[in-house]
Design a protein around this ligand. Structure first.
Ligand code: CMX
Length: 449
């Protein structure tokens, strides 16, 4: 797209916010590249598919385009080329000693450039303005049993807003394909802005007698979430910023990102897409693991005692669990083959701020024992800790003890990457996803069985 079309879009949208303008400026040349790849290079081969690729859940099969981040098996995640340690230094912060503001990571993932302090402040303000929930969302939540799982409430609340989607309305009014990105932008910004309020509402409803706390719109997105949950200290703000930063994206193939992309490819609006993604995040092999870790550690302590420095006992416990056919939550990964840098960042945080915490010491002990045990089981490809191994213990330390709620926090954060990519999907004009399937006999035939 050239300068004239750029100006036409800007003129059509006189009220366009700064971030949207910046997106238009960045998107147009990339859309042209996307179209060129589709029309001139569609025949270029980029890999082979084997029976193993299909039967092992497409691991390692290149089948998605995701701009926001890229996962390297040995090194971990990079967001638009930047590693976690780099971004902890380079992204704008609320204070110099603290952790990056997630708004900055969102800007980077969406625009592809590091943001200025002003860019980040602009996004904070923008989200604060968009953060009010429609009244019916509270009614939907209030109608659910108090003991509905937090992720059931969280995904239902998101889904309930699909009828009000600006994309849906634009589509029904006959908007052309080239403009789909515009209303999608409005939806994803509204949705990201609203997620902390939804999560905090569920939290207070379930665990604090429904005594709700009004948002403080002067706070940044993550700090406001902590505030609305009832944790108003600078330490929890710092932890929440780190948490929201670390869980924001993990390239496109993980279950929540892939599901959101797949559902979005049918032009289902961002509320439908993200609600679907969240039902995937709720699974024990994905985001549910962050609550399972705490449950598992507490069960272990109950059985073998509270002196977690007894590594022989821990080792025997872990071996017993594996022999009983259970997984050790917080360990292993479908892509990573080393310690997850998201675990490392949380581990460093814990060492700095929680040195005397007994449960954190247990996480340290497990880190010393579990990789060796899992490494001795031949079928396990990655014995190292993932993002979930250390996140719960940090929350617990600051009093957020309701671990069945933790996956909702993961869900608030994951919106940043997944929805930024959904916007790019609409800008590129990505088609409906529709791979081919075959019955077992077909695979047997291919294998000469
Ligand atoms: N404990 C025990 N067994 C494990 C294991 C673990 N932590 N990790 C893998 N295995 C087992 C698998 O269950 C599988 O066994 P079967 O062949 O009997 O089914 C075998 O080892 C091979 O698995 P893999 O190829 O190494 O790993 P997968 O890609 O199939 O699965 C993951 C990856 C994350 C689901 C798996 O490591 C796991 O279940 N870990 C524990 C749950 C967890 O922490 N999930 C969170 C991941 C991060 C996130 O998304 O939040």
């Amino acid at each position: 797209m050239n300068f004239i079309s750029f100006m036409t879009i800007i003129m059509k949208n006189k009220t366009m916010d700064q971030l949207k303008k910046k997106f238009v400026e960045k998107a147009l040349p990339r859309v042209a590249d996307f179209k060129k790849l589709m029309t001139e290079h569609a025949g270029t081969e980029i890999g082979t598919v084997t029976i193993g690729s299909v039967l092992s859940g497409m691991k390692g099969t290149v089948s998605l385009l995701t701009d926001t981040s890229k996962l390297d098996p040995e090194e971990g995640i990079r967001f638009r080329g930047y590693s976690i340690p780099e971004l902890r230094k380079m992204l704008p912060k609320a204070n110099p000693e603290g952790e990056p503001l997630p708004e900055g990571l969102f800007y980077l993932m969406m625009i592809g450039e590091l943001p200025s302090d002003e860019d980040v402040a602009g996004i904070s303000r923008n989200w604060a303005e968009r953060s009010n929930l429609p009244d019916y969302v509270y009614k939907v939540l209030d109608a659910m049993p108090l003991d509905s799982r937090p992720m059931v409430q969280f995904s239902t609340a998101i889904l309930s807003m699909a009828s009000d989607s600006k994309f849906l309305h634009a589509y029904m009014e006959g908007t052309g394909k080239q403009d789909y990105w515009d209303s999608t932008y409005e939806d994803i910004m509204d949705l990201i802005a609203r997620l902390p309020r939804i999560a905090a509402y569920i939290y207070r409803r379930m665990y604090h007698d429904n005594k709700q706390i009004e948002p403080d719109k002067s706070l940044d997105w993550a700090a406001n979430l902590a505030h609305m949950m009832g944790y108003d200290t600078l330490e929890v703000f710092r932890l929440m910023r780190l948490y929201m930063f670390l869980h924001a994206d993990h390239e496109g193939g993980n279950v929540s990102a892939h599901t959101s992309h797949l559902v979005g490819s049918a032009l289902s609006n961002p509320y439908y897409s993200y609600a679907a993604g969240m039902t995937g995040l709720a699974g024990p092999l994905h985001g549910f693991a962050n609550q399972e870790v705490i449950r598992w550690v507490l069960a272990m302590q109950k059985e073998i005692g509270y002196s977690c420095d007894d590594k022989v006992k821990i080792r025997d416990y872990v071996i017993r669990q594996i022999n009983e056919g259970k997984v050790i939550p917080g360990y292993g990964h479908a892509v990573l083959r080393k310690t997850d840098p998201r675990f490392t960042a949380q581990f460093e945080f814990g060492k700095k701020y929680l040195p005397g915490d007994a449960l954190f010491r247990t996480v340290e002990c497990l880190f010393e024992v579990v990789p060796e045990v899992l490494g001795s089981v031949q079928k396990i490809k990655n014995p190292w800790p993932n993002v979930d191994a250390g996140s719960g213990v940090l929350l617990l330390h600051y009093g957020i003890k309701e671990f069945e709620f933790y996956t909702c926090l993961f869900g608030v954060s994951r919106s940043l990457g997944v929805l930024a990519q959904l916007l790019w999907d609409r800008a590129y004009g990505m088609p409906i996803e529709r791979p081919t399937s075959h019955p077992l006999e077909w695979f047997k035939e291919q294998a000469g069985m």
